[in-house]
Design a protein around this ligand. Structure first.
Ligand code: ATP
Length: 646
């Protein structure tokens, strides 16, 4: 960058030297009509011209590498930073705003660094050097130029302040525009069925119009500045010619000096003219940099400790929550309020509770998507904050109710959680090179795919053998539909997994969670889109395959709750009760109401209570103390919800 500045400055000096050679030529050989030295003058002009051109080219070559490298580095840096930021940050920020900051704002900064920054420095220097040269040639003419250029500085300062505000507003609206596009594309089905597509288009058009108004305001500021910036140097030249012409006529000034002074003033027009848009560029880049640093300065609260404590090997999977509180930034009430819980290694624990009771929040803390506001969580006795995030996330895998799939193949999506070193089955891949077919429950198709996709039955992503991928798919009953896809594991599924049913997407997300062979599996309503029969099959298969894995599952359905060794019943962010499903059904009316709400009278008359279940009181016969807390629990949790799914 310094080299580029030097080259630009050199080319500017070469340009400014030409009028001085001109002065010598006019006052010397031309005035004396002695052209013997003319070739030297021509040579000097040619040399200065070539130097100016070469140095300009050098500036461009020198700057382009560091500037593009800076742009790429900033982009990579902010993208990595966004990935490190906790869940609470992502809950606050619109994705469109993040998109515009990582894409268009950094482009603005890159452009400023590559071009405008250098010329802002060099052109201001050119104006200063030009004035010094003029003062040396003819102080009176320098004064004329100086007086003309002073209002330009004032105008530019005022312009910069105003333009920056509008530039910032335009960038914000650009971010909103990206958010609207993104939401309208992701939510296209909802918008269509509720007939809201035209309204979204109207919203988009409104934002586009607001952007246009702001862009027009930017242009009107620039136009006003341009007017000042173009008019004043012209006026200066007119004044110089008038005053200088009088000086030449009276003999106070040589013709060569006047020509040189006017040429210098003309030469300074470009640096003066460009001040307008260079300042505009600087303001835009400054506003973009503000927006960039707004994200970059967000503290990474969930980070590796300075000296990470290793988890025991192998991880047993005992989890303890001690006085865990969690409050979302800006949330009205704490989502978790003093949760104490022990989850035995290898056990299956179901977390139940009304909507908004804190299930998803609790589950997200187990893999440190965020840290408790107070209290602590340990895994095999190690505080989650004391261990390396990579180790923790190898040990704990999540599947969510909203299964996010990325654009890529089925294989890419399912092997997403596997790091190269830990590829399951990689050790014994040699022993069963083509076991993709064997693992797939549907006969030859999976094997055929394994062969067709990779040639050796090994997946490219993470070095996971296709056999292991099929095994995971079979466990979650996804092997049949994947085998029926046109290219099996290599079928490209669209962004967000569109093209697959909700249940199919959930099963792929589940296969992704079990493939790395975690010690703790966290399932946040991860089977909610499956029909009851498939859910039972998947649960049974999961139990068989996962064996001693600690499983924490947020669940509503009695079938899932019954399978758990322990059910934790949350209410309003607190553990209201723990026990087996049957115990809670027998002794917790609120739990009973949640899991099996009162049936309509006709149905209640024909239905006998289940095993270990006390008869369910109807609204009329329920004891007041049993019914009120239950209803209040449900109502409170419902009230606490902000309509945002966990
Ligand atoms: N990003 C957020 N910002 C502020 N409050 C939030 C946020 N996400 C959740 N909450 C609040 O935290 C509480 C617990 O939410 P959580 O999603 O954990 O409930 P849940 O039991 O999983 O609900 P559901 O069964 O509906 O998924 C709710 O009151 C909810 O409104």
């Amino acid at each position: 960058m310094a080299g580029a500045c030097g080259a630009a400055f050199g080319s500017m000096l070469a340009g400014l030297a030409m009028p001085l050679v001109l002065q010598r030529l006019v006052d010397g050989p031309v005035a004396e009509r002695d052209f013997s030295a003319l070739p030297w003058f021509i040579g000097a002009f040619a040399l200065l011209g070539v130097a100016e051109a070469v140095l300009l080219g050098a500036r461009r070559l020198l700057v382009i590498r560091p500037a593009t490298r800076l742009e790429t580095a900033m982009r990579a840096d902010v993208a990595a930073h966004i990935q490190r930021l906790p869940l609470s940050f992502h809950a606050r920020w619109q994705s469109g705003q993040l998109l515009s900051r990582t894409v268009s704002d950094i482009t603005e900064i890159g452009r400023f660094v590559a071009f405008s920054a250098i010329y802002l420095v060099v052109n201001v220097a050119a104006l200063a050097v030009g004035l010094v040269v003029l003062a040396w040639l003819a102080p009176a003419l320098a004064l004329v130029v100086f007086l003309a250029y002073t209002p330009m500085v004032v105008a530019t300062t005022v312009f910069e302040q105003r333009f920056r505000v509008v530039a910032r507003a335009a960038q914000e609206v650009g971010g909103d525009l990206s958010t609207t596009v993104e939401e309208s594309v992701l939510g296209v089905r909802v918008l269509k069925v509720f007939g809201r597509a035209p309204e979204t288009v109207r919203r988009f058009t409104g934002q586009a119009r607001r952007l246009r108004v702001l862009e027009l305001r930017k242009l009107s500021y620039t136009a006003a500045l341009w007017w000042v910036i173009t008019a004043l140097p012209d006026l200066a030249i007119v004044a110089m010619i008038g005053y200088g012409g009088y000086g030449v006529a009276t003999g106070a000034l040589s013709l060569g000096t006047l020509m040189a002074a006017v040429t210098v003033a003309t030469h300074l027009r470009w640096p003066a003219d460009t001040l307008g848009w260079l300042t505009a560029d600087a303001s835009t880049a400054a506003a973009a940099a503000d927006r960039y640093w707004q994200v970059r300065d967000e503290p990474v609260t969930v980070a590796d400790p300075a000296r990470p404590r290793p988890l025991p090997s192998p991880v047993r999977g005992e989890i303890r929550l001690e006085g865990v509180h969690y409050a979302y930034p800006g949330g009205r009430a704490a989502a978790l309020r003093g949760v104490d819980l022990t989850i035995r290694a290898g056990s299956t624990v179901a977390v139940a509770g009304a909507t908004g009771s804190g299930k998803s929040t609790l589950l997200s803390l187990l893999s440190r998507l965020d840290d408790p506001t107070s209290g602590r969580i340990t895994l095999d006795g190690v505080d989650l904050r004391e261990t390396a995030l990579a180790d923790l996330r190898s040990a704990v895998c999540n599947a969510f109710d909203d299964p996010v799939l990325f654009s890529g193949t089925v294989r890419d999506n399912v092997t997403l959680g596997v790091r190269d070193a830990e590829a399951p089955g990689a050790r014994d891949a040699g022993a069963r090179p083509a076991d993709g077919g064997g693992a797939g429950g549907s006969g030859g198709a999976p094997g055929a795919d394994a062969g067709a996709g990779t040639g050796a039955g090994r997946a490219p992503g993470g070095g996971v053998p296709d056999g292991a991928v099929w095994e995971a798919l079979r466990t979650v009953r996804a092997d049949e539909f994947v085998a029926a896809l046109p290219e099996g594991l290599s079928t490209v599924i669209g962004e967000e997994g569109l093209g697959l049913s909700g249940g199919q997407r959930q099963r792929l997300a589940l296969a992704r969670a079990i493939l790395p062979g975690p010690s703790v599996l966290v399932l946040d309503d991860a089977l909610s889109a499956l029909d009851v029969r498939t859910e039972r099959e998947v649960e049974a298969a999961l139990r068989g395959v996962l064996g001693r894995v600690t499983t924490v599952v947020a669940a509503h359905r009695p079938g899932t709750l019954r399978l758990a060794d322990q059910v934790v019943f949350l209410s309003g962010g607190r553990v209201a009760a723990t026990g087996t499903h049957e115990e809670l059904m027998a002794r917790e009316p609120a739990y009973r109401l949640l899991v099996r709400p009162p049936l309509p009278v006709a149905a209640r008359e024909t239905r006998a209570p289940g095993p270990g279940e006390a008869p369910l009181p109807g609204p009329a016969e329920a004891p007041a103390e049993a019914q009120v807390p239950a209803e209040r629990a449900v109502a409170e949790d419902g009230m606490a919800g902000r309509g945002r799914p966990g």
